[in-house]
Design a binder for this molecule. Structure first.
Ligand SMILES: Cc1cc2nc3c(=O)[nH]c(=O)nc-3n(C[C@H](O)[C@H](O)[C@H](O)COP(=O)(O)OP(=O)(O)OC[C@H]3O[C@@H](n4cnc5c(N)ncnc54)[C@H](O)[C@@H]3O)c2cc1C
Ligand code: FES
Length: 428
């Protein structure tokens, strides 16, 4: 062997050793990365007591039907002057059952009409504070009349702002709703835009009391700073709790963010912002806000790899957010609910109105269908929360895309969130 060959052998041996060393290093690094990735995708990190493994909490006793509450305080919450909080204590003076942060109250209102008399309306409002044994709080945004439209301003919200005073009596159903925060210690990201901040405030307050060490991120989207509610309260929490991360996302580009709070950012709540700020962890995401926000952020979170079980959202009205897992959603436990196998040409009979019409496949739900055919129906939330549109089924079956919050009584359905699954006769 020549000296050149010897040198080549030595160089080859060193390179071989080096590549084996690098391959082992890369393999170990990949194992670590893959474990972390699977943790985030499948939520299998044992260090967190996750939602999936958490034992079901028994709900404390609540009342059934309507209970009379007295308004004990009302507070204007923002400089825009369009959000007002109402503190409500039960007239019977008994202690209140607690609730899960994110749940709402349902109100039965009698709204005075211009031509005399009153109009009954049912509306839902999220609890916007932590639990107190003696009172609840809701925060209501005044809904103005839409621009360039003949439609009137929001009836219930304006009634609250203009006519509900200290001492007013209101009929209220017990806290309800499936959109509430889990009690695990997994980190959470709360995304609230506009008045969709109300359930998030309740979640933040409940966490502070029950789980002060839990990692919480709050992104609060508004168009203008004057619309912010609870700004000082949230900033004070962020100052004193290192595990609470706060961002006000202000979308109006004309707003001057140079002065004032360090928590402000320009722009809407966007997936790029979340990806830039959030460390890689198995977060639970809770979203509440206008439909366009939900329609963009829910799929964006899914695309980012957040599992469905970790994305929870609520719209304050009809919303058409389609989850990838929509087909797996549970139908309510009523005899009238069946699997998604309907013939779309089914005949719908409105028995009392004496109308028979073919179902139109493009129609979102039976409430819209009835209204299109001038059949009078009660409605409130139009999203399965309030129970106003509950209607008796004389014959036939309906289907639900997702289980509604309000449990319809056996033999009835919630028209606003169901479609026919067979020829159907309704008591309308
Ligand atoms: C679970 C849940 C929680 C909620 N939590 C909150 C909360 O915490 N805070 C809060 O402020 N709100 C909340 N809401 C929304 C609230 O329940 C009401 O929907 C809201 O206050 C508007 O009710 P309104 O009676 O004032 O308006 P409505 O009278 O119902 O009118 C709503 C809009 O429709 C327009 N309109 C009126 N008539 C017509 C027509 N014929 N055709 C088309 N448009 C028309 C009105 O001009 C108005 O813009 C929640 C809703 C749900 C379902
Ligand atoms: S309108 Fe509220 S449940 Fe249908």
């Amino acid at each position: 062997m020549t000296s050149w060959q010897l040198v080549l052998w030595m160089v080859g041996a060193v390179l071989l050793q080096l590549s084996v060393y690098l391959a082992i290093g890369f393999w170990r690094h990949w194992q670590h990365y893959d474990a972390l990735r699977r943790t985030v995708i499948e939520g299998g990190l044992p260090a967190y007591h996750t939602l999936d493994s958490a034992p079901a909490e028994p709900m404390p006793a609540a009342w059934s039907g309507w209970r009379t509450f007295k308004v004990t305080d009302r507070v204007l919450e923002n400089t825009a002057g369009d959000i007002c909080s109402f503190h409500l204590a039960p007239q019977d003076g008994q202690a209140l059952p607690t609730f899960r942060p994110g749940q709402y109250l349902t109100f039965q209102l009698l709204i005075p009409m211009e031509k005399g008399g009153t109009e009954p309306l049912t509306r839902c409002y999220s609890l916007s504070d932590g639990p107190h044994p003696e009172s609840y709080r809701v925060s209501i945004k005044r809904v103005p009349a839409p621009a360039n439209s003949k439609h009137p301003a929001g009836r219930a919200s304006n009634f609250f702002h203009d006519q509900v005073q200290l001492g007013s009596l209101l009929q209220v159903r017990a806290p309800a709703g499936h959109f509430h925060m889990d009690r695990s210690d997994a980190p959470v990201v709360l995304l609230g835009a506009g008045i969709g901040i109300t359930p998030m405030l309740s979640m933040v307050q409940c966490c502070l009391v029950a789980q002060p060490g839990r990692e919480v991120w709050l992104f609060y989207g508004v168009r203008q700073i004057r619309e912010l509610m609870a700004q000082a309260e949230l900033e004070a929490i962020a100052h004193t709790h290192a595990n609470f991360h706060l961002y006000f996302c202000v979308s109006d580009v004309g707003e001057d963010l140079a002065q004032g709070s360090t928590y402000r950012r320009h722009g809407r709540i966007h997936i790029d912002l979340l990806r830039a700020l959030l460390p890689l962890k198995p977060y639970h995401f809770y979203l509440c806000g206008p439909t366009p926000m939900l329609e963009s952020l829910v799929p964006a979170l899914e695309d980012w790899g957040v599992p469905d079980a970790r994305i929870h959202f609520e719209a304050f009205g009809p919303a058409s957010v389609k989850r990838r897992s929509a087909g797996r959603a549970a139908a309510p436990n009523t005899s009238a609910a069946v699997a998604d196998t309907a013939d779309t040409a089914d005949i719908i009979t409105f028995a009392k109105s004496g109308k028979q019409v073919s179902w139109q496949p493009g129609c979102a739900n039976l409430l819209e269908f009835a209204e299109t055919h001038q059949v009078a129906v009660n409605s409130g939330c139009r999203s399965g929360n309030c129970g106003s549109c509950q209607t008796t089924i004389r014959s036939g079956q309906v289907r639900y895309r997702e289980a509604p919050d309000f449990d319809p009584e056996p033999g009835t359905c919630l028209l606003c969130v169901c479609t026919p699954a067979s020829p159907l006769a309704l008591e309308l």
